[in-house]
Structure formats: structure tokens, C-alpha cells
Write a protein that binds this ligand. Structure first.
Ligand code: ASP
Length: 419
């Protein structure tokens, strides 16, 4: 990571980095994404069918969703508290505002029209979208994670309901498949240092100039402060209180997933590693991990919601819109929903911000103001998103008596070369 970051000093090397280093970052991310759907299928089928009855499943489901919503609301409230105290909008001069609006207006327009498509749909569209009409089509895109989860949970329920004798071979098959896939992740992770180096080097040569950072410094720092409070104070404390795991154990266990989330800006690409860390290094049982983490990667985005709260109020401050207390409550509601609807890919959060802005009557073109610093903030908020999934997996695991001593496996534990 540090070696990659050094490329900030060599902006003239951009052509070289883009041609010769960037592809390795892309290959690394692609190989992680490649694993996501097979991993969810294998581990969730195994997880659900391991539960003895449907009641256990619904208990896990309601707890997971309930805790996810609570952590999201905490995150937005923290964001609103910070942004209303710091008021970063007052630092933006009129001239900076005009300049930013001009230079990023076309990008802003693209996001606004995309967000409009989402908004035109009926209120139950999100529910309809969870049920795929064809499983092969659903599995053809990583963006359809919830559809896959729906099918797989349904399949698992079918397995619980049939005669155990008949379900046994199916289960054995998915058990084996699950092991193979976990091993593939171990192998991919051997390349992680090189992949992360390539990703960081690319980000550095493509980074915007320092001037923009200074202009938006107060805003960016407010978001970063909120994200760091969540990362290093809120989650470790919650974990400590409810599971007894120390700060060090928790952060050591989850840090590789956090670093990967930071380098890829995608919770979906990080999912395989998040699952591996939560299971093998933090000790949550597979059936809980297999359900809580993929669902979390799709719907639980505390970092994104905190950022959406701060960004919405910041843009309103720059435009001179005074937000009432009711407006702030509307932000809590829409940012919760928007973060649920945010895809787990880079830059998705700013798109959904459009919806938050519209709900409080602020001109959505205002996203042009914050475009320049969005990527670094995206990196940190993705690390938060992933940490929050891990935290909730620990809490749900603990509450169901499924938190054990971690059993760390090495990548080549069972490998014995044939002479
Ligand atoms: N990149 C974030 C994620 O994958 C989503 C966002 O843009 O906030 O978790």
C-alpha cells in the first residue's frame, strides 16, 4: 500500500502506471469478484441447511436486519451531529463553488439521471427486484446479490423440509464446494500485496490536484472524523461490550478486510475476505457468516449513510439552504433507505446521495461540489461498511450462541505434493 502511495510523487508516470501497473490491480479485483457468487451459493446453502428448523432462520434474519438498521441510524446521527457542529459549508467561498459546479457538472448530470430512473419506480419495486425470474440470469451479475441470496435461502429451506436422507448428498456436495471456494480465496490472497500495490499506484496517479482538497478540506475532514470514530471507537466498543473480544483481537481479525475495502472501494469485491476473516479469525460459525455478511455487503452501509448525511447538510450549507429539524429527520430516513439501496461498488454512494438531496429540496447538482474528493472518502467509507458487517456478524453470532474460538487455517494446510 505504501509503495503504491509513493506514486503520488510521480504524477508524470501516469501513462506507464495505466499501461503496466493498473491491469494487475484490475486482475486482482476481478478474481475476487469472480469468487463472490459461487461463495455465496456454496456457503449459504450449507449455512441454511445446517439450521435445524425454519424458526432458527427467521430468528437470525430478524436479528440481522434489526441490528443493521440500528447501526445505520447511529452512523447517520453521528454524521449529522458532526456536520451541524463543524458547519464545513461556511468555509467554501462563492468563487470555489462556481468553479466546482462548472468542472464537475457533466459527471453530476450523469448521476442525477441515473438516480431519476431509480426514483420513477413504484414503492414496492425494491421488493420485486429481490425475486429473480431466472436464476441463471440473476447469477450473471454481481449486482444481483440479493436475488441470489433469495434463491439460495429458499433452496436451503427446501432442504430443511425434505427427508434428511435425501438432503444429505446435496449437503455433502455443497460442503465440498464451499471448501474448494474458500481455498481459492486463500490462493487469490497470496497475490494481495501486489494487487493492492497496483490499485493504490493507479489511484495516486489519477488523483485530483491538491487545491481541491484544500477547498473541500473541512468537509472531507468532517466525513473522515465520523468514519474514524465508527471504525476505531464505535465498533470495537460494541464488540467488546457484547462479545468480550478486545479491541486488538477485533481489529487484528478484521484489518485485512478493511485494507482491501480501502484499496478496492467495493464491499462486494471484499466480501470473500470479510467472510473468511469473520469465520476463521473471529470465530463466528459458518451458518451465521454465510447469511449475515452477504446480506450486509448489500444492504448495510454505515459509512455510506454517515457520508450521505454529512454531504447532504454540507451541500445545503454551501447553497445557503437552512435545514430544519424535520429536514434532518428526513435525512435520517432517506439516507437509511438510500444506503440500503446503494450498490456495493465504487462511487455508488454519491449516486444515491441525489435522492437524499431531493428529499430535502436541495438542488442535486450540488453533488458536483464534492466529486473531487469522493474517491478517497469512498475508500474509507467502504472500510467502515465492511467493519460494520463484521460487527453485526459477531453480535448475531454471539446472540445465537454461535461464536467460538477462532480456528485459523493456512492456505496450504491439506496440500501434500505427490512425489
Ligand atoms: N463503495 C461503497 C461500498 O462498496 C459504496 C459507496 O459508494 O458508498 O461499500
Amino acid at each position: 500500500m505504501l509503495l503504491g502511495a509513493l506514486f503520488l510523487l510521480f504524477p508524470w508516470g501516469k501513462g506507464f502506471v495505466v499501461d503496466w501497473i493498473k491491469p494487475f490491480g484490475t486482475i486482482f479485483i476481478n478474481s475476487l469478484k469472480l469468487i463472490a457468487i459461487p461463495l455465496i451459493i456454496a456457503s449459504l446453502i450449507k449455512g441454511v441447511s445446517d439450521l435445524n428448523d425454519i424458526r432458527q432462520l427467521s430468528k437470525m434474519g430478524t436479528r440481522t436486519i434489526g441490528i443493521y438498521i440500528i447501526t445505520t441510524i447511529v452512523a447517520i446521527s453521528l454524521g449529522l451531529l458532526l456536520v451541524n457542529t463543524v458547519k464545513p459549508g461556511r468555509f467554501i467561498a462563492e468563487s470555489t463553488r462556481t468553479e466546482m459546479m462548472q468542472s464537475f457538472s457533466s459527471e453530476a448530470d450523469t448521476r442525477i439521471s441515473k438516480a431519476a430512473e431509480t426514483q420513477e419506480q413504484g414503492p414496492l419495486q425494491a421488493l420485486i427486484d429481490i425475486i429473480p425470474e431466472n436464476i441463471v440470469a440473476a447469477a450473471s451479475s454481481n449486482g444481483n446479490m440479493l436475488q441470489i441470496i433469495f434463491f439460495v435461502v429458499f433452496f436451503g429451506i427446501g432442504m430443511i423440509l425434505i427427508e434428511p436422507e435425501k438432503a444429505k448428498p446435496v449437503k455433502a456436495f455443497f460442503d465440498g464446494l464451499n471448501e474448494v471456494i474458500l481455498k481459492m480465496i486463500d490462493v487469490i490472497m497470496l497475490a494481495a500485496p501486489y494487487g493492492v500495490f497496483a490499485l493504490l499506484a493507479t489511484l495516486m496517479v489519477e488523483a485530483p490536484s491538491a487545491d481541491v482538497f484544500i477547498a473541500l478540506g473541512a468537509y472531507a475532514l468532517t466525513v473522515i472524523a465520523g468514519l474514524l470514530i465508527l471504525l476505531f471507537l464505535f465498533y470495537p466498543t460494541v464488540v467488546k461490550i457484547f462479545t468480550g473480544l478486545s479491541f486488538k483481537q477485533f481489529l487484528n481479525g478484521i484489518s485485512p478486510a478493511q485494507l482491501l475495502a480501502f484499496s478496492t472501494s467495493s464491499s462486494a469485491a471484499t466480501l470473500p475476505v470479510t467472510m473468511e476473516r469473520v469465520e476463521e479469525h473471529l470465530g463466528v460459525e459458518k451458518d451465521v457468516v454465510a447469511f449475515v455478511c452477504p446480506v450486509g455487503a448489500t444492504i448495510n452501509m454505515d459509512g455510506t449513510s454517515l457520508y450521505q448525511g454529512i454531504a447532504a447538510v454540507f451541500i445545503a450549507q454551501v447553497f445557503g439552504n437552512d435545514l430544519t429539524f424535520t429536514d434532518q429527520l428526513v435525512i435520517v430516513l432517506t439516507a437509511t433507505l438510500a444506503s440500503i439501496g446503494t450498490a456495493a461498488v465504487p462511487g455508488a454512494g454519491i449516486l444515491m446521495l441525489v435522492i437524499v438531496l431531493e428529499s430535502i429540496g436541495v438542488n442535486p447538482a450540488g453533488i458536483a461540489l464534492i466529486f473531487a474528493v469522493d474517491r478517497p472518502l469512498d475508500m474509507i467509507r467502504t472500510a467502515v461498511n465492511v467493519t460494520s458487517d463484521a460487527t453485526v456478524a459477531l453480535l448475531v453470532g454471539k446472540s445465537l450462541g454461535k461464536l467460538k474460538e477462532p480456528k485459523v487455517k493456512n492456505w496450504n494446510d491439506h496440500y501434500k505434493p505427490v512425489d
